[in-house]
Design a protein around this ligand. Structure first.
Ligand code: SAH
Ligand code: MG
Length: 211
């Protein structure tokens, strides 16, 4: 393997970042991994630069695609949590190959049980991109470690358009998820400690700024 030069791609693979990312996107399509859209990614990268984010907690690593893009957008230190072992292993492999192991820490746990792993770390941003029914729980658990003026970015806030559809046409479990995501919107809108803005980007994104 040789020595990885920090922020340089693994030379033994002889691939550029772009080529490696293309492979990650192909893997995601083949394995139905819901990685962020290109549009969402651009928004995420712009936001990270705009708020000069240097430390972030991501909930929902999947294969490490958004994590590596976040990290490289502004030399960000990323903590990211994943509960599925096949995803975790794929993410570790990718992060290592990209030479980013010193900047991206992957935690293999359910995010609702991973608080002790980060309790001493303060974050400039949280990026919530995991189980849609648990967004509020994630938010409440980790906002304690968000700096004043820090931001919470949420992905899939439109939930593939389901929020606008007739609930009586949905399965019971889908209806439950939609209700929880609606509750989360209400929670953000009525939260006196945050200013939240919604963006029609990708599958719907939001930014909540901690006052
Ligand atoms: N952020 C990634 C995509 C994440 S997909 C990207 O854009 O590249 C959502 C991931 O969250 C899945 O891999 C899923 O296994 C994980 N996940 C869902 N609920 C979780 C939880 N409670 N704790 C940890 N990981 C979770
Ligand atoms: Mg997403």
């Amino acid at each position: 393997m040789g020595i990885n030069i920090s922020h340089d791609i693994d030379k033994s693979l002889n691939l550029s970042f772009n080529e490696y990312e293309m492979k990650m996107r192909d893997y995601a399509i083949e394995n139905s991994v819901p990685i962020i859209t290109d549009e969402g990614l651009r928004f995420l990268e712009d936001t990270i630069k705009k708020y000069n984010v240097k430390t972030i907690l991501e909930i929902g690593t999947a294969i490490g695609y958004s994590a590596e893009r976040i990290s490289r957008a502004n030399d960000v230190c990323v903590y990211t949590i994943e509960r599925v072992d096949s995803m975790y292993n794929e993410a570790l492999k990718n992060i290592k190959a990209l030479g980013l192991s010193d900047k991206i820490h992957v935690i293999f746990k359910d995010a609702l049980e991973a608080y002790p792993d980060v309790e001493n770390v303060m974050f400039d941003a949280l990026f919530i991109d995991a189980a849609k029914g648990q967004y509020k729980h994630f938010f409440e658990l980790y906002e304690k470690n968000l700096k004043k003026g820090g931001i919470v970015i949420c992905d899939n806030m439109s939930f593939h358009g389901f929020l606008d559809k007739d609930p009586s046409l949905m399965s019971r479990s889908l209806r439950g998820l939609v209700r929880k995501l609606r509750d989360f919107h209400d929670f953000l809108n009525n939260n006196p400690n945050y200013d939240t803005t919604y963006y029609e980007i990708g599958d719907g994104m939001s930014i909540s700024i901690k006052k």
